[in-house]
Design a binder for this molecule. Sequence first.
Ligand code: GLA
Length: 348
Amino acid sequence: MAVTVDVFGTLEDGRKIEKYTIENSCGMKVSVITYGATLTNIFVPDKNNNFADVLVGFDDIDGFVNRSDYQGVTVGPYANRIGGARFDIDGTEYKLTANENGVTCLHSNGEFNTAVWDAEITDDNSVAFLYASPDGLNGFPGNTDVRVEFILTDKNELKLEYYAVSDKKTVINLTNHAYFNLGGYDSGTILEHEISINASHFTPVDKFSIPTGEIKSVEGTVFDLRKPVKIGENIDDSCEQMSFTGGYDHNFCIDGYDMTLKKAADVKDPATGRRLKVYTTLPGIQFYAGNFLKGAKGKSSKPINKRSGFCLETQFYPDTPNKPDFPQCTFEAGEVFTCETVYKFLCD
Ligand code: GLA
């Protein structure tokens, strides 16, 4: 176990960006940079013990600064969408930056993922990233201190432990937006990967990808992923939900949510045998199949094409601040928010 630090690059304004790499005793390696507390590389073995980087992204800081698809980033203070870019707390309306279609607030207008975070090595297998979100930025109330710790175990588990506390009553929803391709970042689409999601329900959306408020059974729909299904099997189905989003881009309601770690998803690449299991203490997981990726120049100058990576964004459901029937994510001033997500890599 060891953590090493390198300079990753320099921003236009001269700020240096560092890269922290954690290596475990099995040779698995995970790198995170201080720009956006962004995961940049995850090297894991396949069934023949060949290592590949399974994270879709960029080799240099310019790629991350110019990206439009949130590759690998930490998202907050509110990950995913808030409808109408507004919400109320105790009768006070908060108006947010409407950065999507002029109507929706998506990923808090990129606040966390474009910030330069402080970092500290917390052990020989862990690094913590720290950021102070100022009151009122993009309309969110409260000065909010945030900490995300990345921990790599000898069982090839990457644990993300999130912590936040604000000085005002506010909404908090933190996630990571990694795109995975278990064949390796340059191995083509993820349509042959098999996915299962531990969810009997999902949250259907409107044409702006805002949940309608319904918590709908997956039974008899293309969102029934309780048993493994090839991602490509139904992704171009003509149903209204798929046509709104151009493929899977939906929040699933994890069965048995009780704020303890629950199995959320399991993805396998039959070609390499690599497998990813996701566990979380959060109630939801956004499965996004990279439908809007458009060929940006990624690692080794290879294009990041449509559906060349999938995201499993553990989270509170989208638009929770406007949906009183969803599990709530409003926290009192001084109340500590914590959650944990585990990405466990295996080989079959
Ligand atoms: C964000 C969301 C994804 C998806 C894309 C669409 O990245 O997290 O779920 O909706 O936008 O571009």
